[in-house]
Ligand binder design. Structure first.
Ligand code: GDP
Ligand code: MG
Length: 202
């Protein structure tokens, strides 16, 4: 049953600021406690090429992110630095490359029911200023686009999490060799997913 919802996978990266803030344990705890299963983990300092490829696995990412950023400026009544989405994203990508290669990161694969959506929910919205309280970004970091754009750097939001199942598949292949992603059963999966809750009572 490899397409059962409980088998969904997502990529999570604890970015260099998350490692420096000593939040590795706190972040892992939140994904673990909801019932997700960690099936791969590594610590590394990514190369610039690896990060560029990561953000451009989706050929549409440059356009979509540029358009989103322009709309963000306009919705706050501000003038975007450029009306060309690709020019905007080129700058964002430069800053992301500096940020993401500045120190060690933790790359992980998490598996479980609706893993992509659940991880995004626990992680919170991209801009920490507006991420909901109770989410990782909402609870542990206070950056904003206003401040990061003004200082010409990437917004520090602790975590990357895949945005869709398709994105997750591409990103997992980008960060992990197939043999680094493990197949195993966690005992708690019986309570989370088994249809018949038999075998509890003696
Ligand atoms: P995520 O999936 O929640 O990380 O967000 P995206 O995939 O949309 O964006 C990836 C990265 O691009 C973010 O972590 C930010 O560093 C950057 N980014 C996205 N949207 C904006 C924006 O509106 N303004 C700025 N300055 N950076 C952005
Ligand atoms: Mg994304």
């Amino acid at each position: 049953m490899s397409n059962h919802p409980s088998k969904e996978r997502t990529l999570v990266i604890i970015k260099p600021d998350g490692v420096q803030r000593t939040l590795i344990g706190e972040i892992i705890k939140r994904y673990e406690k909801i019932g997700l299963k960690m099936i791969a983990l590594k610590m590394l300092v990514p190369t610039i090429e690896h990060i560029e490829k990561h953000y451009t696995l989706d050929p549409e990412w440059r356009r979509i992110t540029g358009e989103k950023t322009i709309k963000g400026y306009q919705s706050k009544g501000l003038t975007p630095p450029s009306m060309d989405p690709l020019e905007i994203t080129a700058k964002i990508l430069e800053n992301l490359k500096k940020y993401m290669t500045s120190g060690p990161v933790i790359a992980m694969v998490w598996q479980g029911a609706h893993a992509v959506e659940i991880v995004r929910k626990i992680t919170g919205g991209t801009e920490p200023l507006t991420s909901d309280t109770g989410t990782i970004r909402g609870d542990f970091v206070l950056d904003s686009y206003q401040m990061s754009d003004g200082d010409n750097r990437a917004v520090r939001n602790l975590i990357h999490a895949s945005g869709s199942v398709k994105e997750a598949e591409m990103e997992i292949n980008h960060w992990f060799k197939p043999e680094e992603v493990l197949n195993y059963r966690l005992v708690q999966e019986q309570i989370l997913y088994d249809v018949n809750l038999d075998g509890i009572l003696e």
